[in-house]
Design a protein around this ligand. Structure first.
Ligand code: PLP
Length: 325
């Protein structure tokens, strides 16, 4: 397509998205298709006949595209979409995106921004650092998390990736100190309300399953991790020669939005030389509001902090903000 065709078809695409939003509540929120539905609707291999090229030259592409959208997107794709933006959507966590969010995505896709190193798109890396500094300031994270010093923020795909990245960093840090043969002695702590992504990260990081301590949290603490219980468990582990190295606390657990007491947990982690990660994937967005910021009190003790912009921050999936000191 040349620039004028891009303008024309870009407008048509915007019209299509705008029409979709106009009628979004008419779709069943949960896709009604059966697994594998799409395989029956599409060819087995990608079409490779160049006959549409002539249509491009003939200026018939618009009709082809509209036909494509009508036939393929409406008939084959939309039935298989879960409509997260629907006002009737009440699953998992709030509908996450916004027009500003996806228009930004269009721009990013249109410019094909590749940000895997500075040189691949300097503006991307620099904007990422600047905006994550802005967000850190909105969340009133300690200065150590800003990019002016040794720390800083980086966008991960998901909170699951974020906890894996910091767990690997913490593992390698402790193994450099105690020797690489000590892997089987490393112990991770969190409450049993913690998101399952921590267990998945432990499996990937090679932490022995019996050394992943998910401590029971009860209604007596509003499902928060008890610092006393944590201390006792760490002491028991130390006496049998294990090495406590990673503590994950949550601000806003997925099932009940429980908030772990960051300050006292962080002090326990620090006195035992452990990495302290705070998972605020779900509720972190709310903490930009002054009246909710107190839920993060004690984050000064953390080595890393994560919140999902794609959960409650008007941002397209996937965008998870991770800060490391
Ligand atoms: N942590 C918490 C507290 C969550 O609520 C979730 C998802 O709901 C996650 C982690 C995992 O997030 P992601 O899907 O970005 O990996």
């Amino acid at each position: 397509m040349d620039a004028e065709q891009l303008r024309e078809y870009g407008h048509k695409m915007v019209d299509f998205i705008a029409d979709y939003y106009k009628t979004i509540e008419n779709f069943p929120v949960l896709s009604q298709v059966e697994p594998g539905y799409l395989r029956n609707l599409l060819p087995d291999s990608a079409p490779n006949q160049p006959d549409s090229f002539q249509h491009v030259l003939d200026g018939e592409v618009a009709q082809l595209i509209l036909e494509f959208i009508r036939l393929h997107i409406q008939a084959k794709i939309l039935p298989g979409v879960t409509h997260w933006q629907s006002p009737n959507y009440f699953a998992y966590y709030p509908s996450n995106s916004s027009v500003a969010g996806f228009v930004g995505e269009m721009l990013s896709a249109g410019l094909n921004i590749v940000g895997f190193s500075w040189i691949t798109s300097p503006a991307a890396t620099e904007l990422e650092m600047i905006v994550l500094d802005w967000l850190a300031k909105m969340l009133k994270l300690p200065e150590d998390f800003l990019s002016a010093g040794q720390g800083g923020g980086v966008i991960q795909g998901t909170a699951s990736e974020a906890v894996l990245v910091v767990l690997l960093a913490a593992r390698d840090k402790v193994l450099r100190r105690v020797g690489k043969d000590a892997l089987e002695k490393l112990v991770v702590y969190a409450s049993d309300q913690t998101h399952s992504s921590l267990q998945k990260a432990c499996q990937i990081a090679g932490i022995h399953p019996e050394n992943c301590r998910l401590l029971k949290a009860t209604s007596s603490t509003n499902y928060a991790l008890s610092p006393e219980f944590l201390s006792e468990t760490i002491s028991q582990d130390l006496t049998i020669g294990l090495i406590p190295f990673f503590l994950c606390a949550t601000v806003g657990t997925t099932s009940s939005t429980a908030v772990d007491p960051l300050l006292s947990l962080g002090k326990i982690a620090k006195s035992n030389g452990m990495w302290f990660h705070v998972d605020a994937a779900y509720a972190g967005s709310a903490c930009v509001c002054p009246e909710f910021r107190h839920y993060m009190d004690g984050v000064e003790e953390a080595d890393s902090f994560n919140m999902n912009a794609h959960k409650w921050f008007l941002t397209n999936f996937d965008c998870s903000a991770l800060w490391v000191k």
